[in-house]
Design a protein around this ligand. Structure first.
Ligand SMILES: *[C@@H]1O[C@H](CO)[C@@H](O)[C@H](O)[C@H]1NC(C)=O
Ligand SMILES: *[C@@H]1O[C@H](CO)[C@@H](O)[C@H](O)[C@H]1NC(C)=O
Ligand SMILES: *[C@@H]1O[C@H](CO)[C@@H](O)[C@H](O)[C@H]1NC(C)=O
Ligand SMILES: *[C@@H]1O[C@H](CO)[C@@H](O)[C@H](O)[C@H]1NC(C)=O
Ligand SMILES: *[C@@H]1O[C@H](CO)[C@@H](O)[C@H](O)[C@H]1NC(C)=O
Ligand SMILES: *[C@@H]1O[C@H](CO)[C@@H](O)[C@H](O)[C@H]1NC(C)=O
Ligand SMILES: *[C@@H]1O[C@H](CO)[C@@H](O)[C@H](O)[C@H]1NC(C)=O
Ligand SMILES: *[C@@H]1O[C@H](CO)[C@@H](O)[C@H](O)[C@H]1NC(C)=O
Ligand SMILES: *[C@@H]1O[C@H](CO)[C@@H](O)[C@H](O)[C@H]1NC(C)=O
Ligand SMILES: *[C@@H]1O[C@H](CO)[C@@H](O)[C@H](O)[C@H]1NC(C)=O
Ligand SMILES: CC(=O)N[C@H]1CO[C@H](CO)[C@@H](O)[C@@H]1O
Length: 859
């Protein structure tokens, strides 16, 4: 668990595309090459992933007249200053020349960051790119494309056929059509690849025709790990491809179920299907239709992709069975663009056995008859085969565009939706108004990499522009969103239910991170927002209990359309939650933004809020142990927010109604609407307007208006007293000195009368050592100065320790082992010694246990 989210966070902030595991040399004799050029850079530089990019000069002709430039504005969402902040600018046609092995295919990846360079108008950056005789881009505007995709930068991946001469010529030519146009590029990668296109692809709808892929150049449009999570380049068996999540492309409400092979399961690669075809992470996860054969017969499991018209596409489907092992247990039909591509597909029939991967290529020509250029891929159980299960399976999917007969791969520029253009213009105005100076040199000067990234994030917290947020998700989460194309939901056209309305940038930015629901689905699931479904009301709006996918219970948070503040919090919450996954954080399932509605869909927490189990309800009182365990869970969630991510996330509204309980009483921290991110530095703080809930508010934050994670620690201290005393944090009917629980508890602590205000239900349940430690911890959290308060990690450790003290004598031995856990910080280790010292004085009877602990090596 722990390690998986560590890695997750790592890739989230560091990774963007391509990383070499197999180190390739750039020498011409070698059978493989790997050039990574940071165009316009003056020296070697390392990106945030730690990979080295070289200057591009020596690949240009010596008489080349191009210019170099640094972007005048650094979009905070760029994953790394390298290669994006430097550019090569061409005012006339210019060529790069690379030496490549003459017999192998290679990837050509181009990186563009449309920005203002040398005071040139970004909209004049219109150009073509020709490589190896193939037109890759034509009349290409990176600026228009980025706007349409709401991305700060664009990457394109091409697979080029071997070049006899061993020399490939990549030519950038400014558009002749528009005066004053120029060409630019920020990064170029040339990387040799194994030949993964040896099969001819059957042309769908023509039983006897196929498309010769081997001699064609291809552009990667989509590459999805179906039913699984995104796979960063580092995990792609050395080929540095990025695999995305398939959920943004699913069509309709019936989206099947995802599943995963057991931990022990190994994928059996063969000569025909090697790891070069797809890594085992692709083959060990899948989407199937679901357990109900009746339901499955009545729907198609469908994905829809937006593509360029007038091209042939190769749809590559990856399959691997790990659930069944006999022929005709699962047989299904495959449709590509509503035509049967394969009837009676049977994965075991193809592969011969469980765990053996197979892939199938289908080609389809997409003209522009409909005006809506899409590829539909659909699966349906094969009725005629009478299989044992009426079901279908898909593990991975890739779509490649094939060059046309005139060796062209270029499509048209996308058309940004009117709404996006408006947002963009507003943002441009704001940018001009608010950023009198530019951050480029400031950040570039640090040499990029990690430091640059976190500084960018720090600045991001202060200068929040519209696009920086939109682009932020795309970029920081890099491979979570398709770089090559866009999903149906993000296109701003029709939504999955067929009801259409333009979705704002929020939809597109989060579409790759979580699911997009249509308003119809939400209304359907909440009986049209029936009052009987309301389970909570907050500043944001109402929370409804609802169902999706024919029965899954969810909590649906519908914003108050009038609240302007809500819009901001809506975006913040999607941003935060979709990136954060943790056992002790409430999971965001998806969102809906349609007809002015802003709706978030969460996991349903069957047992409600922590508060309702403490007081103000007639629910049975929780035992002390349960309360401790829930507090520990919440502390762990907060500790993760503070330290688990690359930069600190401050919750800002920690309270017992924001600690929810699932059906197994697992605590989950919720409501990130007020969350603020800050730099992950010790002295870091963020100046903000005071928000939060009275009774829990950190007095220091109130006084100085500076937010640190210690403000959450304060609020959590109040929560601990609430847990112990089971009374509201503010009760105006009480005598003045007792109104505020925090003040009253501290007062009682000073007087030594804290035990008098403990919840009577807990009488006789709490062991004295445990109570002492617990009160001490809570009191420390309420220290007046943030610097005197423990970190959330210390609080967590102390609470764990409380639990063990509660369960003495066996517990202490565990405490020792816990100290080795990743979350037990150095301070926590010191805590043990301190604890032992304190307690040895206290309790004679415990000596046996302590001596074991004091001298752990002696055992
Ligand atoms: C590269 O392509 C350009 C434009 O097609 C051409 O002018 C130039 O001669 C080519 N260079 C080489 C070395 O092939
Ligand atoms: C990447 O690979 C590592 C090591 O094999 C693994 O632990 C990690 O979970 C993988 N990450 C993803 C996102 O698949
Ligand atoms: C996985 O393998 C281990 C050791 O080989 C074995 O103990 C365990 O039972 C296996 N688990 C499953 C789910 O097969
Ligand atoms: C596709 O080709 C047809 C016929 O050649 C042409 O009329 C049409 O404009 C092309 N469409 C696009 C989007 O290029
Ligand atoms: C496939 O059929 C659906 C309706 O069943 C239609 O909406 C869609 O446009 C069709 N797709 C193509 C590419 O023809
Ligand atoms: C599944 O898709 C195929 C091809 O578009 C279509 O003929 C069929 O009616 C669809 N089936 C269902 C149940 O939607
Ligand atoms: C792609 O280009 C190659 C070389 O020009 C050509 O042989 C091939 O037929 C083209 N592919 C298609 C689908 O037209
Ligand atoms: C070039 O792209 C621009 C912007 O998308 C478009 O307005 C123009 O018509 C295009 N020109 C050609 C020749 O395709
Ligand atoms: C989308 O909604 C806006 C206002 O919410 C409306 O003006 C517009 O006509 C709608 N567009 C469509 C395609 O329904
Ligand atoms: C507030 O205090 C009054 C007076 O002691 C008490 O009657 C009331 O129950 C308290 N309210 C709550 C919600 O605990
Ligand atoms: C008070 C309450 O809602 N308790 C529920 C907590 O969850 C368990 C398991 O689902 C239920 O059995 C309880 O009724």
């Amino acid at each position: 668990m722990k390690s998986s989210y560590q890695i997750w966070i790592f890739v989230l902030f560091f990774s963007f595309t391509r990383n070499s595991i197999r180190v390739r040399s750039g020498s011409p004799e070698s059978n493989s090459v790997s050039y990574m050029l940071s165009c316009g850079a003056s020296g070697d530089a390392t990106d945030a992933d730690g990979r080295k990019w070289s200057p591009d000069t020596k690949f240009l002709s010596s008489s080349d007249k191009s210019a170099t430039a640094t972007a005048q504005y650094q979009d905070p969402s760029l994953p790394s200053t390298i290669p994006y902040m430097n550019a090569r600018i061409f005012n006339a046609a210019s060529s790069y020349k690379f030496t490549v092995p003459s017999k192998t295919r290679f990837w050509l990846r181009l990186h563009f960051y449309p920005s203002t360079y040398n005071n040139l108008d970004p909209s004049k950056g219109i150009f073509s790119v020709v490589a190896n005789g193939f037109t890759l881009l034509n009349n290409f505007s990176a600026s228009i494309t980025a706007k349409a995709l709401t991305m700060a930068f664009i990457a394109r991946e091409f697979s080029l056929t071997p070049v006899e001469s061993g020399v490939v010529n990549v030519t950038f030519t400014p558009s002749a059509e528009q005066r004053g146009s120029y060409a630019f590029v920020n990064g170029i990668e040339v990387i040799s690849m194994p030949d993964i296109f040896q099969q001819a692809a059957a042309l769908v709808g023509y039983s006897d025709q196929s498309v010769d892929v081997q001699s064609s150049c291809l552009q990667t449009m989509f590459r999805l790990n179906v039913g699984g999570q995104a796979i960063p380049p580092n995990n792609d068996s050395g080929l540095t491809r990025t695999w995305y999540d398939d959920s943004p492309y699913l069509f309709g409400a019936a989206i099947g179920v995802t599943n995963e092979a057991g931990k022990n399961f190994t994928i059996q690669y063969s000569k025909d299907v090697t790891q070069d075809i797809a890594p085992s992470d692709v083959y060990s996860t899948a989407r199937t239709m679901g357990p109900n054969p009746k339901v499955n017969q009545n729907y198609n499991l469908t994905w829809v992709f937006q593509i360029d018209a007038n091209f042939t596409y190769v749809v590559r489907l990856h399959f691997c069975e790990y659930q069944i092992n006999k022929v005709n247990q699962r047989a299904f039909d495959i449709f590509v663009n509503n035509q049967t591509a394969q009837a009676g597909a049977d994965v075991i029939g193809w592969s011969g056995s469980q765990g053996v991967p197979v892939y199938k290529d289908y080609a389809a020509y997409v003209g522009d008859q409909s005006g809506d250029e899409e590829i539909w891929v659909a699966l349906h159980p094969s009725i005629s085969m009478k299989p044992e299960y009426y079901d279908a399976i898909l593990n991975g999917l890739e779509i490649f565009k094939v060059n046309d007969t005139s060796s062209n791969l270029a499509g048209l520029n996308p058309v940004p939706s009117a709404m996006l253009v408006k947002a963009e213009e507003e943002e441009e105005d704001k940018r001009v108004a608010s950023t009198g100076f530019n951050f480029g040199p400031l950040i570039g000067g640090i040499g990029g990499g990690v430091a640059g990234c976190s500084l960018a994030v720090a600045i991001f917290a202060f200068v929040q522009t519209k696009r920086s947020k939109a682009g932020g998700i795309h970029a920081r989460s890099g491979y979570w969103l398709p770089l090559y194309g866009h999903s149906r939901t993000s296109s701003g056209r029709s939504t999955a239910s067929g009801k259409s309305n333009a979705t704002s940038h929020v939809s597109s930015l989060a579409a790759g991170l979580c699911r997009h629901f249509s308003l119809w689905e939400i209304k359907h699931g909440t009986k049209n927002f029936d009052e009987s479904q309301v389970i909570g009301v907050g500043g944001f709006g109402k929370v409804y209990k609802g169902t999706i996918d024919g029965g899954t219970e969810v909590a649906i948070k519908r914003s108050n359309p009038s609240s302007q503040q809500g819009v901001h919090e809506f975006e913040t919450e999607i941003e935060m939650l979709s990136k954060l996954r943790h056992r002790h954080l409430v999971s965001l399932i998806g969102f809906c933004e349609e007809d002015g509605e802003m709706i978030l869909v969460y996991d349903y927490m069957a047992n409600g809020t922590f508060r309702e189990h403490l007081y103000k309800s007639n629910k049975p009182a929780l035992s002390w142990k349960q309360r401790l365990e829930i507090s520990i869970g919440a502390a762990r969630g907060l500790h993760y927010l503070h330290t688990g991510a690359r930069y600190t996330i401050i919750h800002r509204d920690v309270k017992t109604t924001n600690i929810l309980l699932d059906e197994n009483w697992v605590a989950k921290v919720s409501d990130f609407g007020l969350s603020k991110t800050g730099p992950n530095m010790n002295q870091g703080h963020v100046s903000t307007m005071v928000k939060g809930s009275f009774g829990y508010l950190d007095p220091e934050y109130f006084r100085r208006q500076q937010l640190t994670e210690k403000s959450d620690v304060y609020s959590f201290g109040v929560v601990l007293f609430e847990v112990l005393c089971a009374r509201p944090v503010l009760n105006a009917s009480l005598p003045k000195e007792q109104v505020s629980l925090a003040d009253w508890a501290l007062h009682c602590h000073r007087k030594g009368t804290l035990h008098e205000i403990i919840d009577p239900h807990l009488k006789g349940q709490i062991s004295p050592e445990c109570l002492k430690k617990f009160m001490e911890t809570a009191v420390k959290c309420l220290s007046d100065h943030g610097t005197d308060r423990p970190s959330m990690g210390d609080v967590l450790w102390n609470l764990e320790f409380c639990l063990q003290l509660q369960e003495l004598p066996g517990g202490l031995v565990v405490a020792e082992n816990k100290a080795n856990d990743a979350y037990a910080t150095h301070t926590a280790m010191l805590g043990i010694e301190e604890e032992i010292a304190n307690m040895q004085g206290d309790e004679q009877s415990q000596n046996v246990v302590f001596s074991q602990l004091v001298n752990p090596k002696g055992r």
